[in-house]
Design a protein around this ligand. Structure first.
Ligand SMILES: C[S@@+](CC[C@H](N)C(=O)[O-])C[C@H]1O[C@@H](n2cnc3c(N)ncnc32)[C@H](O)[C@@H]1O
Ligand code: SF4
Ligand code: SF4
Length: 318
């Protein structure tokens, strides 16, 4: 690196009302569904911070894509979501904007206001819906189908462009055609199928047998076969190719969402290296300062020397 950002990933919130099995908010441990003690939870990026660090920057008008996805939460849980999206449109009307949600957080009034911001500008709201009325909640535990459909209809009827993101599991694989048909009837512009990241048999077993209700506890998990932190490998760094920046809900800089490591795999070793000082704290430093920091130079050296962090090897192996 260094580059001026062209693609920004924002974790607008690390709140969520839902309990998806593979989400990094949670862990599956000894047949128990628990809170992941390593993840950041229940924080929102605020308008003042975004205006200071992003919208007011000279390079912001040249940003080509903004993805509001995040690792630990749902963007619709941010109480300022409409103001933030509206500000993005004002400061950069041409950027492609993708806002991803489980669709069950937020009132019809919020979805109505959002619909006006996704009509003529490039981009869409992506609804993560992994099933129909009788199956979506099996993976998306906590999503009310009625609320989800009410929000989808309000948004699409208001003129907003919508994409349906579908993850296939054993319990919904027979419904793909029906769901695609429903997406057309509802007015979605796209229906895209994504692979489930969990092993299918394990997911199926866990979804049937593991209780995900009630108050969840934080529990540490120790892995018996941890991956080595540094791996000899050639990579093609996607962050450099797309001039990418990821901002987490606790206002920290990462080059991409995959480089944010809150699973037990080498978490301590990773953070002892990545955050040996406060250099990536964006409440103190600008994005340009972070991109030009000693640590980002060190990261780049690992790529050049072909001895890279296991996260880069997993995502960007050449
Ligand atoms: C952590 S979520 C945050 C965005 C939003 N809360 C949502 O769920 O769509 C980020 C992405 O992970 C995806 N995801 C969740 N569980 C998955 C799984 N088992 N396999 C593949 N992707 C998954 C979601 O569909 C979403 O696009
Ligand atoms: S809806 Fe998104 S953020 Fe919420 S638990 Fe599921 S994957 Fe995680
Ligand atoms: S995994 Fe590593 S190399 Fe790939 S985009 Fe993320 S930080 Fe860059």
């Amino acid at each position: 690196m260094s580059y001026l950002p062209k693609t920004i990933e924002l974790e607008l919130s690390s709140y969520c009302n839902v309990r998806c099995l593979a989400c990094t908010r949670y862990q599956f441990n000894n047949n128990e569904f628990v809170l992941n003690p390593l993840g950041v939870r229940n924080k929102n990026l605020d308008v003042e911070f975004l205006e200071e660090r992003l919208f007011s920057q000279k390079w912001f008008k040249d940003i080509e894509a903004i993805l509001c996805v995040g690792n630990n939460g749902d963007a619709l849980a941010n109480p300022d979501i409409v103001k933030i999206i509206s500000d993005i449109r004002t400061y950069n009307p041409t950027t492609n904007l993708d806002l991803v949600t489980n669709g069950s957080i937020g009132t019809p009034s919020t979805f109505k206001r959002l619909s006006s911001l996704f009509q003529t500008h490039p981009g869409e709201v992506t609804f993560s819906i992994d099933g129909l009325e009788d199956t979506n909640h099996i993976y998306r535990h906590g999503v009310s189908w009625n609320k989800l459909m009410r929000n989808v209809k309000t948004y699409i009827d208001g003129g907003g462009q919508a994409r349906w993101k579908w993850i296939t599991f054993k319990h919904n694989e027979h419904q793909v055609d029906e769901a695609r048909e429903l997406s057309k009837q509802l007015g979605f512009i796209d229906f895209e199928i994504f692979p489930n990241l969990l092993p299918l048999d394990e997911a199926d077993y866990v979804l049937k047998h593991v209780n995900r209700s009630g108050d969840l506890e934080e529990k540490n998990i120790t892995l018996s076969n941890k991956k080595p932190m540094w791996v000899e490998s050639a990579i093609n760094p996607e962050c450099e190719a797309s001039s990418r920046v990821y901002i987490s809900s606790d206002k920290k800089f990462y080059p991409c969402c995959d480089f944010y490591n809150n699973t037990p795999d080498n978490n301590t070793e990773f953070y002892n290296w990545w955050e040996d000082t406060d250099w990536n704290d964006l409440s103190k430093y600008s994005i340009e300062e972070a991109l030009n920091s000693y640590k980002v130079k060190e990261l780049k050296k690992t790529w050049e020397n072909k001895k890279v962090c296991f996260l880069c090897e997993q995502k960007c192996r050449a």
